[in-house]
Design a protein around this ligand. Structure first.
Ligand SMILES: [Zn+2]
Length: 134
């Protein structure tokens, strides 16, 4: 079952990334609130794509209960053999999904930023990331 709880270790790693990585300065300079969670669920996408992590936007209508703008969840069974470095990279990846736009009045608008590289892992593994470039 996909029940989730706060993971303080992920929070520590992620806050360090936000504080130090130039590519995450846009989060540092925002007031976006992010919850870092773990799940014991072996999440999959479709039949055989293993999901290591997930970044989700908390819907405005649910914010009375969840005092965050985003949740980042790592699925423990799927990252059992990850090194600390791999977990850090995974959190970096998920943080890059945190999308922030600014309205004309300066207020922040949040969204999930999609990958700039959409593909199947197996294709990338076999053929690299530029197989479809011309
Ligand atoms: Zn992703």
């Amino acid at each position: 079952m996909d029940s989730r709880k706060i993971n303080e270790q992920y929070k520590k790693i992620a806050e360090n990334l936000i504080a130090t990585e130039p590519e995450l300065a846009y989060i540092r300079n925002s007031s976006a609130r992010i919850a870092y969670l773990e799940s014991g669920f072996a999440k999959k996408k479709g039949k055989d794509i293993i999901v290591n992590g997930q970044c989700e936007k908390v819907q405005t209508k649910n914010q009375w209960a969840i005092n965050y703008d985003f949740t980042i969840t790592l699925f423990l069974p799927n990252i059992k053999y990850f090194t600390e470095d791999q977990i850090r990279i995974l959190l970096f990846h998920e943080l890059l999904h945190v999308g922030i736009e600014y309205e004309d009045d300066g207020s922040e608008k949040y969204y999930i930023r999609p990958h700039d590289l959409e593909d199947f892992k197996i294709i990338i593994d076999k053929y690299g990331t530029s197989w479809n470039r011309t």
